[in-house]
Design a protein around this ligand. Structure first.
Ligand SMILES: [Zn+2]
Length: 371
């Protein structure tokens, strides 16, 4: 038993990167799927040893949502007495994906563990186990799997999630350690920096905010400074009285403006200074920063929208005109401000892992409406 396992492991290492083929993207157009299923079913009936085809048939069933039939195929294969361990591992792996698709996460986990036992640290298996742990809210475990995969960015991401979970659960000191670990494995982790500056704000520790925001903007992944400030803004908004007009403390805004003012001028960061100042009731300073943003980027629509809203209060407008203006400003405010640079997905909320193409840190701010 041990001998062949070693043998398999060696063979896995030699084949790169995975004996579990990449199934992603293997989705034939659905009009062809039924004929493919028919064809493959005929082949396996005549040739029950064609394990590859048998597995492919299971995948086709899964792609059609026929999970029970897919599971049946895998379990039949696994039960075969003389099935080559390589195929057995594949069958367990696919069974794990079947259960995941069916939403039965504990069974998915158990099946993937069987595949893991047979293949050693096969990247395809580990990747699925990482995703499954993250989906089940077991963020520490997800971080451990990403450590095995040698991917520090997602590892840090899930360490931060674990720290946040810890804070919500019992507010112990472990959260702080997890954040430090996240920055140690990946110093550019915007997620870790964001969590740190949110904690500073919560404790109204402006000196610490000043220090940490500076480090965050200097060390965090380039061009993601906006995600830090957007994240902080949303955090404060969520923890404030929804009816309060000026819900950001002036010390907070002033600290942010002071730090951003020391950095190289950045269009979007200027805009965020204005946003914070506005919610602190510092309207004149807010307008200054909006003007600064427009000097850097005359097409930067969110700054123009803010200026229009602010100056609206000083105008004498007819009721009808006010109604039309309100309609358009509301429409403009609902424009999705963030876009994935890889797949073009647009979102209103900041994301660190693209929900469509699964790219990490691919988000950018749509500085132009045509983006
Ligand atoms: Zn994407």
């Amino acid at each position: 038993m041990f001998h062949w396992l070693q043998h398999i492991k060696r063979r896995i290492k030699e084949k790169s990167p995975s004996i579990i083929y990449s199934h992603e993207g293997f989705l034939p157009p659905s009009q062809d799927t039924f004929s493919a299923i028919g064809e493959l079913s005929r082949v396996v009936r005549n040739n029950p040893d064609a394990v590859e085809i048998y597995l492919a048939l299971g995948n086709l069933f899964r792609s059609q949502g026929e999970i029970e039939r897919a599971i049946q195929i895998r379990t039949n294969l696994i039960a075969r007495p003389h099935l080559e361990p390589q195929f057995k591992a594949r069958a367990w792996f696919e069974l794990g994906l079947d259960y995941k698709r069916a939403g039965i996460l504990d069974r998915a986990q158990a099946a993937l563990e069987q595949a893991h036992r047979l293949t050693g640290d096969d990247p395809a298996v580990i990747k699925e186990m990482a995703g499954l742990s993250a989906d089940s809210g077991n963020f520490q475990k997800a971080a451990d799997y990403y450590a095995l995969l040698g991917q520090p960015l997602p590892r840090a991401h899930y360490l931060v999630k674990a720290a946040r979970q810890d804070k919500e659960a019992k507010d112990s000191g472990q959260g702080q350690e997890l954040l430090e670990k996240a920055l140690k494995v990946y110093p550019g982790s915007v997620e870790a920096w964001l969590e740190i500056i949110c904690r500073d704000c919560q404790e109204s520790d402006w000196n610490s905010l000043s220090r940490n925001l500076k480090s965050a903007l200097e060390n965090g992944d380039k061009n993601l400074g906006f995600a830090l400030l957007e994240g902080l803004f949303q955090f404060i908004k969520k923890s404030s009285d929804p009816l309060a007009k000026k819900y950001i403390q002036q010390e907070c805004s002033k600290t942010i403006v002071n730090i951003v003012g020391q950095m190289d001028q950045d269009l979007v960061l200027c805009y965020y200074c204005a946003i914070f100042l506005r919610q602190s009731g510092l309207t004149a300073e807010c307008l200054d920063w909006l003007e600064k943003a427009l000097v850097l980027g005359p097409d930067f629509w969110p700054a123009r929208l803010e200026i229009m809203e602010l100056s609206q209060e000083e105008q004498v407008l007819t009721e009808s005109f006010k109604t039309q203006l309100l309609f358009f400003t509301q429409k403009a405010k609902s424009v999705k401000r963030f876009v994935c640079k890889v797949c073009g997905l647009k979102r209103e909320q900041v994301f660190f892992l693209c929900p469509r193409c699964y790219s990490w840190h691919s988000i950018s701010f749509r500085t132009q409406l045509s983006e």
